[in-house]
Ligand binder design. Structure first.
Ligand code: EPZ
Length: 421
């Protein structure tokens, strides 16, 4: 199995080009199911999760051409509406095919995702949303079986809790429904916004894009049409991760192809830790702090501090001058990185969903294990600052969401190699 060997303690310098956002690309790939014509996607990140979803679409019968950052997906040839366990178990985001399959074909079967390293992650809100649009849903042999014999009908969907994937499935299901669907307490993440803009362009008119109240005018069974290629937005979490690399290694790093508006909370937190920035339209340079200040973080839905940046900031906070407090409010178990960071010499204490990160003078290389995508990137960040060599095992988690990580890090001077054991 591959592992990463990182020799830490070096200053880095240079430019990193940020890839397209995995979490924007996934629902957009799922949304191509709503069309019976070919759709071209550009600026896709070259990561395993994207390939997994494309494989699922191909298994459903879609014609998929994929090369590095581009894909042409033609869902006119779909013959199956069953998302099998083999794929869904590899990637929970496969649940995103529920809304579009049901919307276009009036039935589908999607395997229940099963366990997850960062928390329970139920899909009850996805199911309630499609039920509100008239689907009959049952659970059969580990599969969510959804049927809408006469097609989905627009209705009001009120989410008890803000859910990114739930909102995405709801808008995709509503896109080809009859009549108007209103979504209350919708997620406002940039990835949800791009999906809504795509559907709006494709023929399902959407009001309130970017707000918590969306109104979707369904096409009444008419497939959507995406004439122009869709360019995936830059990955705000990848960008935030490289800013954390700059902060912890005390390096000046410039990020290209970023949307700086999407990373405001990360910028503000790093400023409060003593870093400064030069911000241009789609470019940002971080200037490291002389001494890293402590930071207090509470994760929240967008535009709040992203849960997907919690682990990376925790890594940076280990070397701050005072104790930092980090509270995780979205996922109950998203602290798997704590014990691994402590193996690198960090001093982090957990109580419930709050981590107290006590300052240490230095981190020291060790063997650690990646547990989920963002936890893994926190280990990379810590390893880059740690004295000596760190070996990070189970890096298939990193490969799911970070495009050419070693290449990008090596280009700015990091000593990172991928090895096989
Ligand atoms: C998306 O997951 C992202 N994944 C996650 O990124 C991200 O951490 C998360 O949103 C929050 O920002 C993708 O976009 C593919 P949610 P999602 O539904 O949609 C609860 C990464 O590292 N909930 O917004 O699954 C849920 O348990 C990944 O790239 C229900 O209770 O997240 C959680 O507590 C990891 N019932 C909260 O809502 C449901 O039916 C928010 O989850 C659905 C969700």
């Amino acid at each position: 199995m591959d592992y990463l060997e990182i020799e830490g303690g070096y200053r880095l310098n240079g430019e990193v080009t940020i890839s397209g956002a995995k979490n924007a690309a996934l629902p957009i790939i799922a949304a191509t199911i709503l069309s019976d014509k070919a759709v071209v996607l550009k600026n896709l990140p070259n990561v395993v999760d994207i390939r997994t979803l494309l494989k699922l679409l191909a298994m459903l019968g879609a014609k998929v051409e994929h090369s590095d950052t581009e894909a042409k997906i033609d869902c006119s040839s779909i013959t199956s509406t069953k998302a099998v366990y083999e794929i869904v178990a590899q990637m929970r985001a496969s649940i995103l095919v529920l809304g579009p399959l049901l919307g276009r074909f009036k039935h589908c079967e999607v395997s229940l995702p099963g366990g997850c390293a960062i928390g329970q992650r139920p899909i009850d809100l996805h199911i309630k949303a499609v039920e509100a649009l008239g689907a009959e849903v049952s659970l059969e042999h580990g599969y969510v079986v959804a049927k809408a014999k006469n097609g989905l009908k627009g209705n009001k969907i009120i989410f008890d809790k803000i859910t990114v994937g739930g909102t995405e499935n709801a808008v995709m299901a509503a896109a080809m429904a009859e009549g108007v669907t209103e979504i209350v307490n919708a997620a406002k993440e940039p990835e949800v916004v791009q999906l809504c803009e795509m559907l709006d362009m494709g023929g399902a008119k959407i009001e309130g894009i970017g707000s918590s109240r969306l109104k979707i005018h369904g096409t009444n069974g008419k497939p959507l049409e995406f004439k122009e290629p869709i360019e995936i937005i830059p990955d705000r979490i990848e960008a935030g991760t490289y800013l954390c690399v700059g902060a912890i290694t005390k390096s000046e790093i410039t990020l290209k192809n970023v949307n700086t508006e999407h990373i405001q909370t990360s910028i503000e937190k790093l400023e409060s830790m003593g870093c400064s920035f030069n911000i241009k339209k789609d470019e940002i340079t971080i200037f490291p702090a002389k001494e890293l200040e402590s930071v207090n973080i509470v994760t929240a839905e967008y535009p709040g501090f992203p849960t997907d940046m919690q682990a990376q900031f925790m890594a940076v906070a280990t070397l701050a001058n005072k104790e930092s407090l980090i509270e995780e409010r979205l996922f109950e178990n998203r602290f798997m990185h704590v014990s691994e960071l402590n193996r690198l010499g960090a001093d982090i204490w957990l109580k419930g969903n709050v981590a107290a990160v006590r300052p240490v003078k230095e981190l020291i290389g060790a063997e650690v294990m990646a547990t989920d995508l963002r936890a893994s990137s926190a280990l990379v960040i810590a390893a880059l600052a740690a004295k000596g060599v760190t070996k990070i095992r189970r890096i298939y988690h990193l490969d799911r969401g970070y495009d050419r990580l070693e290449e990008k890090l090596s280009k700015i001077g990091a000593k990172v190699v991928r090895k096989k054991s």
